[in-house]
Design a protein around this ligand. Structure first.
Ligand SMILES: Cc1cc2nc3c(=O)[nH]c(=O)nc-3n(C[C@H](O)[C@H](O)[C@H](O)COP(=O)(O)OP(=O)(O)OC[C@H]3O[C@@H](n4cnc5c(N)ncnc54)[C@H](O)[C@@H]3O)c2cc1C
Length: 392
């Protein structure tokens, strides 16, 4: 059976993370280096330095890379605490996309690749990107992958265009998905490549203007123009990119859920304070049933989301791939937490859409969560296909 008890050592680390975020990181939320394109590299470096000093940087890394290697269930508790501020995961180096990329690289990179491209990310010295999505090509359906890699027996020559590539500006560790064309030298198909972001042929066209502001350096539009990569840059095996993407996706979906649960809980705490102190029509707002029901719906949703996340983590900790479970949980949690954030905006009145509190930013940042790592409809499509194939 599942045990909901949080052991003392885990509770202590959770409280340490929460105190670090509240005391050291929250004061940066109004820093001008949180730009239209998210926190900039300069701010990230400063925040990472604080976490390093506190002994909390990249706490989720595997033991062999100096981390604490928490189980998925333990991560659920710790990432929620980190997510209290959207800058928390940035400081602690457990934000997307680096956290998912570190996970993937720790599973499939060679020792040489890990030394060069993973260790600097774990140390917080450089950032990473995962470049898959294309305008008109790969998106919800990765089989539409259009970026082509032509192998001449020594090098792969890559051409294509990607967008929505989080953190592309100034990132050094690049994981690129491209389709190896049939060739006389070996296998073909969707493949991951691992290279330095400063390799000639990687062109950042622009950083997109988007409605979210929580990801470091925003989301880039990138062109690969005769990007020439040697065979040693293949990450894992040629033709296996979609399998590796799945390996990354199940846990990465859940860590998104955990961080946003922290942010939604923060929004709820601000809404509760407001409902207790702001009055209207002769009493505190919270004593009006319309408002109290919104607070109660939030509390129910937060706890249901927490339990759903813990359950999916439990399946992963048991050794399952958790593809179906993480899909269900991601679809559910992203929809529910977005409704929580929306109700918090509503309770705050006009102030809710302003930057007077973090609630407005949490709401607009969380809108994107219903799209990335699979839009809700795509998860439902996959879940329905599964149940139609294997009715219980
Ligand atoms: C904030 C953010 C950060 C991102 N970061 C990255 C990144 O770092 N790297 C990267 O490679 N990508 C990234 N993405 C891209 C993200 O993975 C894609 O947006 C996502 O996969 C959806 O693809 P798409 O945008 O092309 O939408 P499409 O595939 O064009 O889908 C559009 C809509 O069609 C509907 N739809 C699609 N298929 C189905 C279906 N089978 N059944 C029912 N409805 C369907 C859904 O409503 C969906 O929202 C990011 C996106 C966002 C918003």
């Amino acid at each position: 059976m599942i045990d909901f008890e949080i052991p003392d050592d885990l509770a202590a680390l959770r409280d340490e993370i929460r105190a670090f975020v509240v005391e050291k990181i929250v004061p940066y939320e109004r820093d001008p280096r949180v730009t239209r394109h998210g926190p900039n590299e300069d701010l990230r470096t400063e925040l990472v330095g604080l976490a390093r000093d506190a002994g909390l940087l990249t706490f989720q890394a595997p033991h062999r890379f100096g981390g604490r290697e928490p189980s998925h269930r333990e991560q659920a508790v710790l990432f929620e605490a980190a997510g209290w501020s959207t800058l928390g995961p940035v400081a602690l180096n457990c934000a997307a996309p680096d956290e998912g990329n570190m996970y993937l690289l720790s599973k499939i990179a060679t020792e040489e690749q890990a030394d060069k491209f993973l260790v600097p990310v774990i140390d917080g010295r450089q950032r990473s990107v995962f470049a898959m999505t294309e305008p008109g090509g790969a998106g919800s359906d990765p089989n539409q992958l259009a970026t082509a890699a032509v192998f001449d027996g020594t090098d792969y020559v890559i051409n294509g265009r990607k967008w929505l590539i989080t953190g592309a500006n100034k990132a050094r560790t690049w994981i690129i998905m491209a389709r190896v064309a049939p060739n006389a030298h070996g296998p073909d198909g969707p493949t991951l490549f691992l290279c330095d972001g400063q390799t000639p042929g990687i062109e950042l066209e622009r950083v997109m203007d988007t409605m979210d502001r929580n990801y470091v350096e925003g989301h880039g539009v990138v062109r690969f123009d005769d990007l020439r990569l040697p065979a040693a840059t293949v990450l894992g095996e040629v033709g296996q990119a979609l399998r590796y993407a799945q390996l990354r996706l199940a846990p990465a979906r859940l860590t998104h859920c955990m961080r946003w649960l922290g942010a939604a809980s923060r929004a709820q705490s601000i809404a509760i304070d407001h409902a207790r102190t702001r009055t209207g029509f002769g009493k505190p707002l919270g004593e009006h049933q319309g408002v109290s029901f919104m607070l109660a719906d939030n509390e129910i949703a937060l706890q249901q989301c927490r339990l759903a996340i813990w359950w999916a983590c439990w399946t992963l900790d048991g050794g399952a791939k958790g593809r179906h479970e993480s899909s269900m949980v991601k679809a559910y949690v992203s929809e529910e937490l977005f409704k929580v954030a929306d109700r918090c905006v509503q309770i705050l009145g006009g102030m809710g859409i302003s930057d007077e509190t973090p609630v407005g930013a949490i709401f607009s940042d969380m809108r994107a969560f219903r799209l990335y790592d699979g839009p809700t409809e795509v998860h439902k499509y996959a879940i329905a296909r599964q149940v139609l194939r294997n009715p219980s």
